[in-house]
Design a protein around this ligand. Structure first.
Ligand SMILES: *Cc1c(COP(=O)(O)O)cnc(C)c1O
Length: 439
């Protein structure tokens, strides 16, 4: 343990984390959206470029993945009201506002939020290679990249990534479909079915007995030795981040379609499960671009893997890991078992998010069963992390007053719980989750 870490162990919030209590932390560095966005070092144009790139690739995606043809090759998820779930939650405490679920869990191609960032970064890399080689121009129909000749071109290039499962699925499936030679370095907690599905798509899967940090590190090292290999760096990638940000840019149109108003008297609260931070960070960045000060973003993490809360509350970001304060990083929440947060994301989001909280695996399972019983919606445990956010916000009058949100405005609020995974979990596996949760 470093001296630096020693100094922070006595902070009340850090002692709560060490005790594995469900902890709620409000960010006192949060400022106006304008100022906070400047601090990220990324711009609206960066996010809009990502959105435009995904539009250029839409014809290719529609051709390569028939399940995206209905949306014209745009990978986007539905959002649905969950009134029965809200009623169930209200049996224990009032929950002013309306509860909605953003179903990234059911995104096409890879069934998780990673179908945004992971697929986007593979496409951005493929476009760069193809443009440099003079194989396409930005005005072409990109579906021509699916031809055997282009496949042959991409097969001379390699892509690698480290993953707890879902990022690997997204990167692996997309890369293999284009013809890349793709290797995914998987941490010990990755599910067997995810590894098998990836191998089925033609990706190489290397398994580690250690956690995510080690899998990423080994993947990075292997890629460094090979100039033909492009490593997708989940811990530092601006490209991944911007792929996720597109979700935020698209949300205003979806809310309008659902008849939901967001303005100063109708605030939007968004609860995002957080692993290394790129997914929730990118989405929150896009949301701030879209809704400014009218959106309030919270990150949710397992009590056993609170890396972002720890990094942000101490200001140490990636210079501290949960293991440094004696936490084991063992959780049933796939995708969230990360011990050290992305330093880039923590710093970029320092002034934009309202707070972070932790949730125990027990609570994740309770919510998993509740959502299944009340709404018939099945998610993987990690995707429920956002679900305890609304009641925690509602129970925090000081925070609400400090952010200038009146009880009446809270009554008119929309709570959007970002469901990040579960759509492709095999039926038997889902039954196993439900059975385990009911025990
Ligand atoms: C990856 C993942 C997240 C969080 O994304 P990060 O970029 O790691 O913070 C949340 N939920 C699920 C299901 C995931 O797979």
């Amino acid at each position: 343990m470093t001296d630096l870490t020693e100094k922070f162990r006595s902070l009340p919030v850090v002692s709560d984390l060490i005790a594995l209590r469900e902890t709620l932390w409000f960010n006192d560095k949060v400022t106006t959206a304008d100022r906070g966005l400047l601090h990220t070092g990324l711009t609206r144009k960066d996010a809009e470029d990502a959105e435009a790139r995904l539009r250029r690739f839409a014809p290719l995606l529609a051709a390569a993945f028939p399940e995206t043809a209905g949306s014209g090759g745009i990978i986007e998820s539905d959002m649905v009201p969950v009134p029965a779930m809200q009623a169930r939650l209200e049996q224990s405490a009032p929950l002013p506002g309306r509860l909605w679920l953003k179903k990234d869990s059911h995104l096409p191609i890879s069934g998780s939020i990673k179908a945004r960032g992971g697929i986007y970064e593979v496409l951005a890399h493929a476009e760069k290679l193809a443009l440099e080689a003079g194989l396409i121009t930005p005005d072409d129909d990109y579906s021509l990249l699916l031809s055997p000749a282009h496949r042959q071109f991409f097969s001379q290039h390699k892509i690698a990534a480290g993953s707890t499962g879902n990022l690997g699925l997204s990167i692996g499936i997309m890369s293999a479909r284009l013809g890349f030679h793709v290797t995914v370095h998987m941490s010990a907690d990755a599910r067997q079915w995810k590894k098998e599905m990836l191998r089925g798509h033609g990706a190489d899967v290397i398994e580690y007995e250690q956690d995510y940090g080690v899998a990423v590190e080994q993947g990075r090292k292997a890629a460094e030795c090979d100039p033909a290999c492009f490593f997708i760096d989940d811990e530092n990638s601006r490209t991944l981040f911007l792929g996720y940000a597109v979700a935020g840019l698209r949300l205003p149109a979806q809310l309008e379609e659902k008849g939901i108003t967001v303005d100063a008297s109708h605030p939007l609260f968004v609860y995002l499960p957080c692993g290394v931070g790129g997914g929730p960070g990118g989405v929150a960045f896009g949301l701030k671009l879209a809704f400014g000060d009218n959106v309030h973003c919270f990150f949710a993490e397992p009590t056993h893997s609170p890396c972002m809360l720890l990094g942000m509350s101490t200001g140490l970001h990636d210079r501290i890991a949960v293991q440094d304060i004696g936490i084991d990083n063992q959780t049933a929440a796939d995708g969230l078992a990360v011990g050290r947060a992305s330093g880039f994301v923590g710093r970029a989001m320092e002034q934009l998010i309202d707070g972070c909280y932790t949730i125990s695996d027990r609570t994740l399972y309770d919510l998993l069963v509740m959502l299944d019983e009340t709404e018939g919606i099945q998610l993987e445990p990690s995707a429920l992390a956002g679900m305890s956010g609304p009641r925690r916000v509602a129970a925090s009058p000081d925070y609400l007053a400090q952010r200038g949100i009146t009880p009446q405005q809270l009554q008119q609020a929309t709570h959007l719980v970002w469901a990040t995974g579960g759509g492709m979990v095999p039926a038997a596996e889902m039954q196993h989750y439900l059975a385990k949760a009911r025990r």
